[in-house]
Structure formats: structure tokens, C-alpha cells
Design a protein around this ligand. Structure first.
Ligand SMILES: Nc1ncnc2c1ncn2[C@@H]1O[C@H](COP(=O)(O)OP(=O)(O)OP(=O)(O)O)[C@@H](O)[C@H]1O
Ligand SMILES: [Mg+2]
Length: 509
């Protein structure tokens, strides 16, 4: 006999419906799964067989054929186990359910018949709409799928529970969560900018970066607080909107990272991959493309600590996502696009030993060693980083000072204001932040007065500012003027912006 059940697969960040056909017929005992299964799907026959037996049913010693349709898309992962098991029970007439057509089913089975959590339930719930009466899924995924508010969610714990519920579907109770309170609860950071003593110049630079969405390079001796500052950066970014939270949550759902985060990502992600991470893990990859770190930090911060230690190919692979705010990954049979709207923070020492810029310690590196160390960062990558901040070693009196530092929430207020100025300015444009302005937009929106022009000319001629730095200075000046709520860019804004490009001159000039 033939039975049909329904489930969903994941392609990139989107889902697609899958029909699972199970046929039990006479023949030599064997279970065959067709429809481009990967090895996790192929292994599901062993899990399904044992789970069925251990749940008190019989696994027929006959020829069982399972077809996952559409048959031309590669199926991945163990999430079809539960739907296959229900199909096997229905096809072998051990259960008689009329409502199998009404529900989509997701879940991995353990050998004792328990239903284990799977990846990607949020994009699946988001795409379901009215096609089914609801989604039956592992209890541990209920919270993340309910965030979609798009379909009925029915959490289950065991195979037996699913069979019992489907035998009398009027007993099915949809799971609901209060998304607004979930969102409010999860919106909390454990760190704060007030933890960082001194470093007023660096903090101001980070404020400018947060206001205009500029990327940052922090350069300084060991222990000066680069990592500490970077970790606190998300706390001064404006709160995530629900739409942004859903975009980011969807990505984390596909990667199975949500269970510890209470169903929704409500704080801006801060990802800090180790410098041995491969290019595929940073930008995304695999034969069935998965999001990489640049996508996992979408709407948040990607922090590359010890930048020169990263492989050259990793750094070069960042160029497209930084330019386009998305990553396109093409494989022989498909191409997927992952979003990547991030602020990149890089940190590095100025030389191999790290003490070149530390007045209290001697640097042992030769000029050639320093050059070799710095040349690991290519010009085109440096070109995409608007703000270069030299982080000085902290003096003992600053460290011991009882002075209270400004907390994140009060810095954030200024940033929210500056961003609303940008929102108004770019209302009819495609870009959203000053950092994303095109050359023609720079021309249109960055009017500089005579005094400012004179200062720019001096910077180019006397400070040796490169042509590439020129546009950056204008964009940065625009952001600084927005923080000041000034319509026009003034000379003082240009002067501050030039300071954030000084590394061009000091280290790479
Ligand atoms: N401005 C500061 N205020 C308070 N504590 C600080 C400050 N700067 C550094 N520290 C202390 O020093 C520790 C080391 O700082 P951090 O790890 O950020 O240095 P780093 O610049 O990243 O060094 P490295 O180059 O070795 O990675 C911090 O955990 C913190 O305890
Ligand atoms: Mg560090």
C-alpha cells in the first residue's frame, strides 16, 4: 500500500515543500530511499526502523520504498525521520489516519522513538502560510517556529504522541508564544561601554562608526583593550527592529544555533571567528551552501581579532560581502544569496612583537619585518575599512581613575539620532547609511564649505592622504556632521575625519 506524508527541506535560507511517498509491497525485505538523499537521510531508515519497533509497532519485513519528491533536489539532514516513520506506519496499515494530508511534519527520531530537534524550522514556518493546517515539530523547536506567527505550531516529544494526536486531531493544541515579551527579554547585553576606562578618542571613533555603519580597524599593542572595546560595540548600536531580528533569527535557525537563545535573536550578533577559520566558514560554502560568519553576523558585528594572522584568501574573500552586503555562492547545480549587512571590526598589533606603538616597551622588529607584517593586509581590504583607530596603551592613572565612564545607552541615544537624520536623507535612495554612499551620492550629499576644502587640500598635499582616502574622509565627515545635527559639513568635521585615516599615512603610507 502507498501512503503520503509532507515535510519541508531547506535551500540556502529558504524552504521548499517535500512530499514523502512510502510504498510497502511484497518482495525481499529491504528499505530503499530515493530522491537524492544525502548520507544523513539514507541513514534515517535505521533510525526509523528501530524507533518504530521501540514505540510498540511492527517494522514490516517487506520491500519498503521511500521517495522524497521533488526528486531532483538534494535532500539533507535527519529532519524527515518522523514523516518517513508516519508514512511507514500508514503504508503498512498499522495506523489509519485521515489527516496526514493536513499537516507538515518535521523531526529527527532517536532509537527509542523520541523526537529530536532539527535545523531551519523558522524559515519553514515562515513559508508555510495556508498550505497546511499546521506544522508538527519537535518540542524544542516550538519557540523558534512560533516566532513566524504564520501557521499553527504543534510541538511533539515522541512518535507515539504524534500518532495519538493525529488519531483525534481535535485534541491538537497550537503552541503560542508572546513574541513581544520574548523579544524584550532577549534584548539584553552583559557588557557595557562604561567598563572601558579612558580611550576617549577610540570610543568617539566607534561612535562615529556606529552612527554611519563604517567598518573599523583597531591597531595597538597587546592588552590595550582592543578586544574589550570591540565586544562592547554592539551595545551602542540601535536596538534591532523586529524585522531585522527575524532576518537574523532565520539565519541562526538554519544553522541550528537558536535553542540557547530563547527562540529569537533580539540583540545584534557579535561573531568572532578564530584566525585559523577557513574562507568557506567565513563567507559560506559547502556543496549544499551554508551561511558563513559574514551572514551569521548579519545586522550585527563581525570581529576579526589578530587580522594579519588570517589567511590571505580568507581576507580577500571578504571583499564581495563588504562591497555588496550579500554573498552569492554558486555551485554546479544551484546558486544561493546570503545577506551580509555587517559592521566589520578588525584588530591587530602594529608589528610582530606588538610593541611598536607602545612608549613603555621596546620593539625588537626590523623595518623589513614590520613592512612584511603590515603587508599581510591588502590595499583593497584596507580600502573598505573607513575608520582606522590607533589604540594607545592605557596609562596607570587612567586605569586607576575613579571617574565614571559614559554608559552604552547614553552613547546609543546620539547614534539613534544620527541614524534618523540618515534615514530622512536617504528616503528616496537605495542606500541606508552614510558608509554605503556611492560616488554620485557623495557628490550630492557631502557639500563642503571653503574652509573645509582648504583643509582637505592640505591633508592631501601635506599629510600625503591617498586618493582612496579622499572619499572615505567625505563619508566620515558626513556622519560626524550628522552626529552634530549639521546640514553642512564644516571644517571641524573634516579635521576629525582626517584623524580617523591617519594610519594610512603612519603605517601603510
Ligand atoms: N581601557 C580599559 N579599561 C579597563 N580595563 C582594560 C582596558 N584596557 C584593557 N583592560 C584590561 O585588559 C584586558 C586585556 O584587554 P584586551 O584583551 O581587550 O586587549 P587587546 O588589546 O585585545 O590585547 P591583544 O592584542 O593581546 O589581543 C581586558 O580584559 C581588561 O581587563
Ligand atoms: Mg585581543
Amino acid at each position: 500500500m502507498l501512503a503520503k506524508t509532507y515535510s519541508y527541506g531547506i535551500n540556502g535560507l529558504d524552504s521548499y515543500p517535500i512530499t514523502i511517498e512510502v510504498d510497502v509491497s511484497n518482495g525481499l525485505p529491504a528499505t530503499i530511499i530515493v530522491g537524492l538523499p544525502d548520507s544523513a537521510v539514507k541513514e534515517s531508515k535505521e533510525r526509523v526502523r528501530t524507533a518504530i519497533k521501540n514505540s510498540g509497532y511492527k517494522y514490516e519485513p517487506r520491500r519498503i520504498t521511500v521517495n522524497l519528491s521533488p526528486a531532483d533536489i538534494k535532500k539533507e539532514g535527519p529532519s524527515f525521520d518522523l514523516a518517513i516513520a508516519l508514512g511507514c506506519l500508514a503504508a503498512s496499515k498499522q495506523i489509519d489516519l485521515n489527516c496526514l494530508d493536513d499537516y507538515a511534519v518535521l523531526g529527527e527520531l532517536s532509537l527509542d522513538g523520541h523526537v529530536k530537534p532539527v535545523k531551519g524550522t523558522l524559515p519553514i514556518a515562515l513559508s508555510m502560510a495556508d498550505r497546511f493546517k499546521g506544522l508538527i515539530l519537535p518540542a524544542e523547536n516550538a519557540l523558534e517556529a512560533s516566532v513566524a506567527r504564520n501557521t499553527n505550531i504543534y510541538p511533539v516529544k515522541t512518535l507515539n504522541e504524534v500518532v495519538n494526536l493525529l488519531s483525534s486531531p481535535e485534541r491538537l493544541q497550537p503552541f503560542t508564544a508572546n513574541i513581544d515579551s520574548l523579544f524584550a527579554q532577549a534584548n539584553h547585553y552583559d557588557v557595557d561601554f562604561s567598563d572601558v576606562k579612558g580611550q576617549a578618542f577610540v570610543k568617539r571613533g566607534m561612535e562615529v562608526a556606529a552612527a554611519g555603519n563604517h567598518h573599523i580597524l583597531l591597531i595597538g599593542p597587546p592588552g590595550c583593550g582592543k578586544s574589550m572595546l570591540a565586544k562592547r560595540f554592539p551595545t551602542i548600536l540601535p536596538d534591532m527592529t523586529l524585522a531585522e531580528a527575524l532576518e537574523t533569527t532565520k539565519i541562526h535557525s538554519v544553522m541550528g544555533l537558536l535553542r540557547k537563545k530563547g527562540g529569537i535573536v533580539a540583540t545584534r550578533p557579535f561573531r568572532s571567528p578564530h584566525h585559523t577559520t577557513s574562507a568557506a566558514a567565513i563567507v559560506g560554502g559547502c556543496s549544499n551552501p551554508r551561511p558563513g560568519e559574514v551572514t551569521l553576523s548579519h545586522n550585527g558585528v563581525l570581529f576579526l581579532d589578530e587580522l594579519p594572522e588570517f589567511n590571505r584568501d580568507v581576507l580577500e574573500s571578504l571583499r564581495q560581502p563588504l562591497e555588496d552586503h550579500k554573498v552569492t555562492i554558486s555551485r554546479a547545480n544551484k546558486s544561493v544569496i546570503f545577506p551580509s549587512r555587517i559592521i566589520l571590526i578588525c584588530s591587530m598589533n602594529p608589528c610582530n612583537c606588538g610593541f611598536l606603538s607602545d612608549p613603555r616597551k621596546n620593539c625588537n622588529c626590523s623595518q623589513a619585518q614590520i613592512q612584511r607584517y603590515l603587508s599581510k593586509i591588502s590595499g583593497p581590504l584596507l580600502d573598505r575599512i573607513d575608520i582606522h583607530l590607533e589604540v594607545p596603551a592605557l596609562l596607570s592613572n587612567e586605569l586607576l581613575s575613579p571617574k565614571k565612564e559614559e554608559p552604552s545607552h547614553s552613547i546609543k541615544e546620539r547614534i539613534v539620532k544620527a541614524r534618523s537624520v540618515q534615514q530622512e536623507r536617504f528616503e528616496s535612495e537605495k542606500v541606508t547609511y552614510n558608509a554605503y554612499m556611492t560616488p554620485s551620492q557623495i557628490k550630492a550629499f557631502c557639500y563642503v564649505d571653503q574652509e573645509g576644502k582648504r583643509m582637505l587640500k592640505m591633508a592631501i598635499e601635506e599629510l600625503g592622504l591617498s586618493a582612496r582616502a579622499y572619499d572615505k574622509v567625505l563619508k566620515l565627515s558626513r556622519t560626524i556632521a550628522d552626529l552634530d545635527n549639521e546640514q553642512n559639513i564644516l571644517a571641524e568635521h573634516i579635521a576629525e575625519a582626517i584623524q580617523y585615516r591617519s594610519l594610512d599615512r603612519n603605517w601603510w603610507g
